[in-house]
Write a protein that binds this ligand. Sequence first.
Ligand code: R5P
Length: 317
Amino acid sequence: MDNPHGELKVFAGTANQKLARDICKHLGIKLSRSEAERFSEGNTFVRVSENVRGRDVFVVQGISYPVNDNFVELLFWIDAFKRASASQVTAVIPFFSYAKGDKKDEPRVSIRARVCADCIEGAGADRVLTMDLHSPQIQGFFQRPVDHLHAMPVICDYFKKQAIPNLAVASTDVGFGKQAAKFAEMLDAPVVIGNKERPDHSEQAKVWSVIGEVKDRNVLIVDDIIFTGGSIISMVDAIKEKGACDVYAAVSHGVLSPGAAAKIAASPIKELVITDTVEYRFEDLPSNVRVLSVAPLFAEAIRSIHERTSISRLFRQ
Ligand code: R5P
């Protein structure tokens, strides 16, 4: 039976070219053709280079560095596909940076994730496919369907194979505690929670205390994002002081802002595992950082969305 949304086509914005190619390899299709330009004054231009009339279009474009350029480019892609008469446009956003702006927790601030959601829908996206939003309730900022994948199964499969003895799983803060408990359950390990504080917006983080037992244990610190590395390094210091043995870390989105790679290289972290949701690298990755691919997961999700089959097996947490 013909698909009601037409042939499946996957396009890549400039933020996630490699991930999009890898997704296509798993789907067994060719990446569709498009071009993007950034002019000298910062103006962005996009063009879809093949026919999408009546097609089921997926455009892979994360909102990662340069965040504002990549966000605007995503909006222009959605608009271009809708104007070219695609039957359905899914915005595939592997990393949604502005998800951190999810609440009005101080006076006179913007709920930036909400503004982004309005813009994405305003540009014409029919649905969104994303991974590990900073808080899952951001799905509610959209009126249209959001499929929210987790890197956790990929990360846990990797660490299960490592079979690290006497393992504890740690979160740097209470906010990620619930998610850390799910990692701990999958890895059959106890959970440990850090009490992290940030005094202001200077990106300084300090873990003041640790709830749970880490003495003589190997510890895996889990988080959704690593920017400066401050949260994870501060947690490493706190658990080492309490007698932890080997320390590992795993995050979904390895942004690694300038200076973070050197911090990780110089730290006692045996291995930091990140995924390929973020492509731009400020600096080369040090030898103690490993990248796992989430392309197979995105490919399966895209196939399920296209074929209208259930996607819930991929939300395995
Ligand atoms: C905070 O709520 C997040 O989950 C991460 O812990 C944080 O954004 C990491 O940032 P950084 O690496 O700069 O400490």
